[in-house]
Design a protein around this ligand. Structure first.
Ligand SMILES: *[C@@H]1O[C@H](CO)[C@@H](O)[C@H](O)[C@H]1NC(C)=O
Ligand SMILES: *[C@@H]1O[C@H](CO)[C@@H](O)[C@H](O)[C@H]1NC(C)=O
Ligand SMILES: *[C@@H]1O[C@H](CO)[C@@H](O)[C@H](O)[C@H]1NC(C)=O
Ligand SMILES: *[C@@H]1O[C@H](CO)[C@@H](O)[C@H](O)[C@H]1NC(C)=O
Ligand SMILES: *[C@@H]1O[C@H](CO)[C@@H](O)[C@H](O)[C@H]1NC(C)=O
Ligand SMILES: *[C@@H]1O[C@H](CO)[C@@H](O)[C@H](O)[C@H]1NC(C)=O
Ligand SMILES: *[C@@H]1O[C@H](CO)[C@@H](O)[C@H](O)[C@H]1NC(C)=O
Ligand SMILES: *[C@@H]1O[C@H](CO)[C@@H](O)[C@H](O)[C@H]1NC(C)=O
Ligand SMILES: *[C@@H]1O[C@H](CO)[C@@H](O)[C@H](O)[C@H]1NC(C)=O
Ligand SMILES: *[C@@H]1O[C@H](CO)[C@@H](O)[C@H](O)[C@H]1NC(C)=O
Ligand SMILES: *[C@@H]1O[C@H](CO)[C@@H](O)[C@H](O)[C@H]1NC(C)=O
Ligand SMILES: *[C@@H]1O[C@H](CO)[C@@H](O)[C@H](O)[C@H]1NC(C)=O
Length: 411
């Protein structure tokens, strides 16, 4: 009886949003008196840490009432607003935004936790401030409010941040949020009933059309001598099952943010490409029997794709790609798909590589891939067909002329 009463009492409160108002916090970032960012959301944090007894502990806590904009927040000339929310005993949650003249996006989420805070992290083996961040790409049109009522969880190493009841806008109107909304994917896509068989499921993350990657030049130097040369545009394709949903993440490697390193010996060469989030290692080997080399191994680890609370990792060291005669370089202008594991492939563009016998930092003669040869075949075939056509027309003309001559003679 009393249960029913309290339920009836609570429902209108919930409907009126009283509970929500308590949980959802509003944050304002402004320069002079102009607001560059208005944001409202609630958040939960799940943090796992090691205790002094060498055990893993996990704590779950919401963004507390005392959360407020820190003075570190700024508008950066209205172009790149930064919201820093400080809470509790020295913790903070930051969001970097950026805008163009048509849209804006949230680019990066950073969390700083004070592990010395023993009330929150009892018996933590680590003390002091810990910093973690994840690049994101949450875009919306200018003059619209980005809204997401659904939970969205941002996975970081040892920390999951769940945002809920999100609304934010860069350069909002003076009187609050714009009425027009850009809704998040999760809010507009009805969730798939769990009974649907997995095999008939379409990918749930619509893969946005992604631009071809920029071609990078990477090389490896051994004792001041360049021993490996490589040029390529790289696109990573990772497909994962989360529950019964298939999610595909495709992203490019930016040469300007990537550091190349590695090592070479007579019969092994490693090229390692590292950026802030991803490490790729290519392993080339020599097959002395056939006097050639090939790409034998590819491994990846990337924090851009969360997997079991960590970054995605995959490796295959028994591949056989890009086989080329020793002393020459491998070249492929066409896009090439290097399947590494069933759920990880690399789309390589404008590839040229020579991992052995590099002389004077220059590529040897190029051996072109079959696809490029096929591309060259087309003009040859078309050319040959045209030549054939001209010949047929010529013969037909000559025969015709001969016949008509014969005709005149009979008259
Ligand atoms: C971290 O927490 C400890 C204990 O609660 C506190 O003494 C210290 O001032 C905090 N550090 C920062 C940077 O706020
Ligand atoms: C986000 O802002 C912080 C502080 O200004 C800066 O250090 C960081 O590089 C920014 N990240 C991005 C992706 O702009
Ligand atoms: C946005 O700005 C760029 C250059 O800053 C300009 O070329 C483009 O036309 C602008 N787009 C719109 C819709 O104003
Ligand atoms: C947004 O609104 C402002 C002021 O109303 C206007 O000047 C601007 O062109 C609008 N931008 C877009 C992309 O609609
Ligand atoms: C912290 O460690 C002490 C001693 O090892 C133990 O008595 C206490 O229960 C631990 N506290 C928590 C919250 O685990
Ligand atoms: C936070 O966690 C509590 C308890 O698990 C849950 O009731 C609440 O819905 C969560 N809120 C968000 C925003 O995830
Ligand atoms: C990514 O891989 C999946 C599965 O192999 C494939 O269906 C999809 O077309 C690939 N996407 C791109 C952009 O290569
Ligand atoms: C890196 O290059 C991309 C395009 O290739 C560009 O959009 C981006 O601004 C560049 N970043 C830096 C830090 O130069
Ligand atoms: C060469 O580089 C690879 C990949 O970075 C590494 O695993 C290997 O230990 C290195 N070998 C030598 C001899 O430095
Ligand atoms: C060289 O290639 C042959 C034929 O594919 C293979 O049997 C042999 O194991 C290879 N050797 C090396 C070192 O890869
Ligand atoms: C974060 O979420 C993932 C997937 O649900 C889970 O495996 C992991 O344990 C979580 N991590 C924390 C710190 O809660
Ligand atoms: C090797 O790479 C560096 C940095 O990308 C570049 O400056 C240098 O010109 C490259 N060397 C060769 C021989 O391509």
């Amino acid at each position: 009886m009393s249960l029913a009463v309290s339920y009836r009492l609570l429902t209108p409160l919930l409907l009126l949003g009283f509970v929500q108002v308590i949980l959802t916090k509003r944050f304002v970032v402004k320069e002079a008196s102009k607001i560059c960012l208005l944001a409202e959301f609630s958040a939960n944090f799940s943090v796992s840490f090691e205790t002094t007894a060498k055990k893993q502990a996990t704590v779950l806590f919401p963004l507390p009432e005392d959360a407020k904009e820190s003075p570190k927040s700024n508008c950066s000339s209205m172009i790149a607003p930064l919201l820093v929310v400080s809470f509790g005993d020295g913790h903070s949650l930051s969001m970097n935004f950026s805008r163009s003249n048509v849209s804006y996006k949230m680019e990066e989420l950073t969390l700083v936790l004070n592990m010395s805070n023993s009330a929150l992290f009892p018996n933590s083996s680590k003390v002091g401030l810990f910093n973690m961040s994840r690049p994101l790409d949450i875009s919306a049109k200018l003059n619209t409010t980005y809204t997401c009522k659904s939970d969205s969880t941002i996975y970081m190493e040892n920390v999951n941040v769940t945002l809920n009841k999100v609304q934010w806008e860069v350069l909002p109107p003076a009187d609050g949020f714009s009425k027009t909304k850009t809704e998040c994917h999760a809010d507009v896509t009805p969730s798939v009933p769990p009974t649907t068989p997995v095999t008939t499921l379409a990918p749930t993350t619509a893969t946005p059309v992604i631009q071809n990657p920029t071609r990078g030049r990477y090389n490896v130097t051994n004792n001041n001598v360049t021993c490996l040369l490589a040029e390529m545009g790289l696109q990573i394709n990772i497909t994962q099952m989360t529950g019964n949903k298939i999610a595909t993440k495709v992203f490019n490697i930016y040469p300007n943010l990537t550091h190349a390193s590695g090592n070479c010996s007579k019969d092994h060469a490693f090229l390692q490409l590292t950026d802030k989030w991803t490490t790729l290692i290519f392993q080339f080997v020599v097959n002395a029997t056939f006097n050639n080399f090939y790409l034998k191994g590819i491994s990846i680890s990337s924090s851009l794709v969360p997997s079991q609370g960590k970054g995605f990792q995959a490796e295959n060291i028994s591949l056989h790609y890009l086989q080329t005669s020793l002393g020459k370089s491998y070249m492929c202008q066409a896009e090439q798909v290097l399947q590494v594991t069933p759920n990880f492939s690399i789309n390589a563009f404008e590839l040229r590589v020579q991992p052995f016998k590099v002389e004077n930092s220059k590529y040897g003669i190029a051996e072109e891939c079959q696809m490029d040869k096929d591309d060259m075949l087309i003009p040859i075939i078309v050319g040959a067909a045209l030549a054939g056509l001209v010949l047929i027309v010529l013969i037909a003309y000559l025969i015709g002329r001969k016949r008509s001559h014969a005709g005149y003679q009979t008259i």
